[in-house]
Design a protein around this ligand. Structure first.
Ligand code: GDP
Ligand code: MG
Length: 795
């Protein structure tokens, strides 16, 4: 009987909870566990939800939910007292109530040991052979598809479980195209097997895993029987079965159903999964369909989840994916929803968006993403015997080169080098134009205004401040243009793949690599890009080390200092600074991986087929990143450049020179106040003021120092680097300059990055700890640089 059929006042004991994973998990958390007693407080025929009492708590369940809970009623227990010999053997002196109690327990226990197992797999993968050998049946086994057309049931006892085994027709997928597919799907969702055994032909694993990905979407309890394992062995292929199981989130048992090898282990595992004996054995994963499709799922899913009754019966993620694929059966199911129009509209929008971006329809984009997942999982676990020369697709041919063990890294480094060259060398031209434009705009606006603080605020505070950031927009756009091409063409997935092993050594994943590279442009979008990393641990560490990746905002500081102090070799100095950042990132990751709680679940790195990216997708992705940068500029940086400006502008000394003004302003005072803390690094208060301004944005360091360093009586022209360089060279020892570069590289990222860290980790504490950590690291490294520098360039 199921719980919803119980009348008000009746009592029962729970046998099991059916349904998909997240539903079951929720009910288990509420206390609906096998063997627990539940009582109906109120169940009126038209009432929904129904009220229950379980382990002393009152809870209400929707009727649809209560239907998924199988129970033993008192009535059933009473009948068992008469018929069940085990219960008749109960001692005679027990009171009636106690006898009933015992009977309830006993029947619930016994029934919970009846488990229903369904065999699902491609045609010809050996389901019927497995069915026969396990159940002792003699169903017809044939080496052609379509032999099994309906479900055959067999019963057998295994250990102290009664297993009902269901042999379902073979299918390649669970779409609604063929009657077999629909039949299997209906069977899985309606007769609700306790455990699904996904029979997979190991000699044809890639195609077989497609069905597996759909079972994963449905969020059922699945055990994989990796059948025909003898053939895999015979061919000499190698498969890391355990790792594959980890990646797919389900246990994988090699079997040979022709001989029975591995069958007992298979059913041992089925029972363990059924009893939730080992949480590590199975976990629910989401197949990552790529950013764009995941975005579509995220948009449509809430409209479907709005229908509470569906949530009890199906995984709404599964429904959403199927609906996006135009699945007729799911369309029928959803057509009864009250908000069907919203659902339809959301889907139409998303399908159109995907069509425009990826230039394929949603359905094939989802299929591709599933195969990318399979490719990734197999690339990590499966090794084909070399003698066999499989026919090769274009993707295979490209991969043979770019993931080749000798060429992968050189190609990768060359590409990165090219991208940086384009970003910073080609990017210089538009940078100069924007710079000139901002200067001209400031003068032009200033021309209309009366002399006074307001004019200074607008021209020096707002326009110059924002302008100093705007100049980096071309860099950012160029960098992200190339990153988008690498991502959309499928190369980035390979890059992540080839660095994965290296990244694992520092407690990260291959997927951490892309955000780290993006960090060279601007830390803010880089931190946002860590969303694609499934593991929380890897994600937190990646976020923590991105600030050490020197962003474009720090570049002009290095260029200026390297030009002034290391005129022989500015490029080498620059490179070393960047490398120091990477080194500190690696060391920090190593340290942090000891402190962050381990949830290091493996996940599949998808390997999509190579594809020429559409101009539209590239344009959109590039622009999105540019927009994030501009948003940061319009908010945080605008506010901070005004604040920094004001701190340098007040209190007023109207008659004095700019430099005098700066020195006796608030920022000058703070700079002088922190001077003792930074003195061991060789910095003077003017440099400290620059660093303070850098808290707002690294871009502000140079313009602030330009003002402090302007000579008495001379005016320092904006962008006139050589004057500032000369002034610095005259007053700052080389060792201190080196220490300053190191400090700028490593210290507190910037307000915008700080905010991004807080938002993405969801914790102020984490952001604050990181902030202190970077300052500490910066101080120590700069101190070391200063001391070592003094040995080379004594003052
Ligand atoms: P079904 O279509 O999934 O029900 O597959 P069948 O059980 O009808 O088996 C298809 C063919 O594969 C038959 O010829 C079986 O003898 C053969 N077969 C089944 N399991 C194995 C196995 O583990 N190893 C090998 N080598 N052959 C198997
Ligand atoms: Mg069969």
């Amino acid at each position: 009987m199921v719980l919803s059929e119980l009348q008000t006042g009746e009592k029962a004991v729970i046998v099991r909870v059916h349904g998909h994973g997240s539903f079951r998990k929720r009910l288990i958390e509420m206390g609906f566990i096998q063997g627990k007693e539940v009582r109906v407080i109120l169940n009126a025929p038209l009432k929904d939800p129904i009220e229950y009492e379980i382990i002393g708590y009152k809870v209400s369940l929707r009727r649809e939910e209560a239907k998924q809970i199988e129970v033993v009623t008192e009535q059933e227990a009473r009948e068992a007292l008469v018929s069940d010999e085990h219960l008749q053997a109960l001692p005679g002196d027990l009171e009636e109530a106690q006898r009933l109690e015992r009977a309830l327990e006993h029947v619930a226990q016994e029934r919970s040991h009846n488990i229903r197992v369904a065999l699902v797999g491609n045609p010809n993968c050996g389901k019927t052979s497995l069915f026969n050998i396990a159940s002792g049946a003699h169903e017809h086994v044939g080496n052609y598809s379509g032999v099994t057309v309906d479900a055959k049931e067999g019963h057998f006892k295994y250990k102290d479980y009664d297993i009902t085994l269901v042999d379902l027709p073979g299918t390649y997928s669970l779409s609604a195209y063929s009657p077999e597919e629909l039949y299997v799907r209906k069977n899985l969702l309606e007769t609700m097997p306790d455990v699904v055994v996904n029979v997979v032909d190991a000699s044809n694993i890639e195609r077989n895993l497609y069905l597996t990905t759909q079972l994963i979407d449905m969020n059922l309890r699945v055990v994989m029987a990796l059948n025909m394992y003898d053939e895999l062995r015979h061919k000499g292929d190698k498969l890391d079965v355990k790792q594959l199981g980890y990646l797919l989130g389900m246990p994988v048992c090699p079997t040979v159903s022709r001989t029975g090898e591995g069958i007992p282990e298979l059913f041992d595992t089925v029972i363990k999964v059924y009893e939730n004996a080992d949480p590590k054995l199975a976990r629910h994963i989401h197949i990552n369909h790529g950013a764009e499709i995941e975005q579509s799922i995220k948009t449509v899913q809430p409209f479907i989840a709005f229908n509470e009754d569906l949530k009890a019966r199906f995984s709404t993620r599964y429904l959403t994916i199927k609906y996006l694929e135009n699945d007729k059966d799911i369309e029928n199911l959803l057509s009864a929803c009250s908000n069907i129009q919203d659902i339809r509209d959301a889907r139409a929008d998303e399908q159109q968006r995907i069509q425009g971006l990826l230039d394929t329809n949603m359905e094939s984009a989802i299929v591709d993403a599933k195969y990318a997942f399979i490719q990734g999982a197999l690339a990590e676990t499966y090794e084909k015997y070399q003698a066999e020369r499989p026919r090769r697709t274009i993707t295979d041919k490209i991969d043979a080169i770019v993931t080749n063990q000798w060429m992968a890294f050189p190609i990768f480094v060359l590409l990165l080098w090219f991208i940086f060259w384009a970003t910073f060398t080609v990017g210089q031209y538009p940078m100069d134009w924007i710079d000139a434009l901002v200067g001209w705009f400031g003068d032009w606006v200033g021309g209309f205004m009366k002399e006074g603080w307001f004019k200074d605020l607008v021209v020096d505070g707002i326009i110059a401040g924002v302008g100093s950031v705007l100049v980096f927009l071309p860099n950012i756009l160029i960098l992200y243009f190339f990153i988008s091409i690498m991502e959309d063409s499928g190369y980035m997935a390979r890059a992540a793949f080839i660095v994965d092993k290296l990244m694992h050594r520092i407690g990260l994943h291959g997927k951490s690599f892309i955000p780290m590279v993006m960090g060279f442009g601007c830390n803010v979008p880089a931190i946002m890009a860590t969303r694609s990393i499934e593991s929380r641990k890897s994600r937190l560490i990646t976020i923590a080390i991105i600030p050490f990746m020197s962003c474009a905002g720090r570049l002009p500081i290095f260029v200026l200092f390297a030009g002034a102090f290391f005129p022989g070799n500015p490029a080498t100095a620059l490179l070393l600074i960047y490398l120091l950042g990477v080194l500190m990132a690696i060391l920090s990751a190593l340290v942090l991986s000891h402190f962050v709680k381990d949830d290091d679940l493996p996940f599949v790195m998808e390997l999509p087929p190579y594809r020429v990216p559409t101009a539209r997708a590239i344009g959109r992705h590039t622009w999105e990143k540019g927009k994030q940068y501009l948003e940061k500029m319009a908010t945080t940086i605008l506010i901070f450049s005004v604040v920094i400006w004001a701190l340098g502008y007040f209190p007023r000394h109207p008659e004095a020179s700019k430099a005098y003004q700066q020195e006796h302003s608030y920022i000058g005072m703070v700079g002088k106040a922190i001077e003792p803390a930074l003195e061991p690094l060789g910095f003077n208060w003017k440099m400290d003021v620059g660093l303070l301004a850098g808290i707002g944005a690294k871009e502000l360091v140079i313009s602030t120092m330009g003002v402090t360093y302007a000579q008495e009586g001379t005016t320092y022209e904006e962008g006139d680097d050589t004057a500032l360089q000369a002034a610095l060279k005259a007053t700052v020892p080389t060792a201190a300059a080196l220490a300053f570069m190191v400090f700028v590289l490593l210290y507190f990222p910037c307000i915008a990055t700080f905010t991004a860290i807080k938002n993405e980790t969801g914790s102020w504490r984490w952001a604050l700890v990181l902030c202190l950590y970077t300052i500490l690291v910066a101080w120590l490294c700069a101190f070391a640089a200063f001391r070592l520098g003094l040995l080379v360039w004594p003052v």
